[in-house]
Design a protein around this ligand. Structure first.
Ligand code: SF4
Length: 195
C-alpha cells in the first residue's frame, strides 16, 4: 500500500513516543547496579517535603525527547549495563517508558525504575501498561521520600520507608505461590541478569 504520510511524519514514527525529560546522566554508578544510563523524567505529583529534585515537579517544564532518540543515545555507549528511570515520577509516563523499556530489554540491558508510588499502589491501578512495565523491571525503588525517615547510609534510596525491590525474585516467588511477597534487593552483586 502506498504511504502518503509526509517524510517528517515517517521520521517521527520511527522515533517513537514522546517523553517529557528533566535531565540525563549518561554514565552513572550510583543509580543502580553496574554502569547505567539514567533518564530523569519531568513531572512529579508527589511533592515530597525535602525532595532533592523539586525542579522535576512541573510536568510542563523540561524538554521533549522521543523514545527513539533516547535509545539511540543509549546505544552509543557499549559499556552500559543497564538503564534507570528516575524523576520526577516515571510512572506518570508509562506508555512511552514501556516502549523504551522494550527497546532496552531487546538490547540486553537491565532495567531499574524509581517511583514515588508504592508497588501496591501501582498494582492497584490494574493498568495493563503499568503491569507490563513492572514485569520488565529488574529493580524497583518504591515509595515517596519521607524526610523524617531520612537515612544517608541506604543504598539507592533516601528514606527508610522506601524499598529497593528485587523484581525478578519477587515475580518468581509470586508465581510459585507466595502471593503479595516483596523480596528486597540485597547488593549490587546480587542481581543476576539474563542477557
Ligand atoms: S517522588 Fe521523588 S521526585 Fe517526586 S517529590 Fe518525591 S522525592 Fe521528589
Amino acid at each position: 500500500m502506498e504511504d502518503n504520510s509526509r517524510p517528517e511524519e515517517n521520521e517521527k514514527k520511527k522515533d517513537g513516543m514522546t517523553l517529557r525529560v528533566c535531565g540525563i546522566e549518561p554514565e552513572s554508578i550510583v543509580d543502580g547496579p553496574g554502569f547505567r544510563y539514567v533518564l530523569f523524567v519531568q513531572g512529579c505529583p508527589h511533592h515530597c517535603h525535602g525532595c532533592h529534585n523539586p525542579e522535576s515537579w512541573d510536568p510542563k517544564a523540561g524538554f521533549d525527547m522521543t523514545t527513539g532518540e533516547v535509545f539511540a543515545e543509549i546505544m552509543e555507549n557499549p559499556y552500559l549495563r543497564g538503564v534507570t528511570f528516575s524523576g520526577g515520577e516515571p510512572f506518570e509516563q508509562v506508555p512511552a517508558l514501556l516502549e523504551l523499556a522494550k527497546m532496552c530489554r531487546e538490547a540486553g540491558l537491565s532495567l531499574m525504575s524509581y517511583s514515588g508510588y508504592t508497588l501496591d499502589e501501582l498494582e492497584a491501578r490494574h493498568d495493563p501498561d503499568t503491569d507490563e512495565l513492572l514485569g520488565m523491571l529488574d529493580v524497583l525503588v518504591d515509595g515517596r521520600y519521607d524526610e523524617k525517615l531520612r537515612n544517608l547510609t541506604l543504598i539507592y534510596c533516601g528514606s527508610e520507608n522506601q524499598r529497593v525491590i528485587d523484581m525478578r525474585k519477587t515475580r518468581k516467588a509470586r508465581t510459585e505461590g507466595d502471593h503479595g511477597i516483596v523480596i528486597p534487593y540485597k547488593s549490587s552483586f546480587d542481581v543476576d541478569i539474563e542477557i
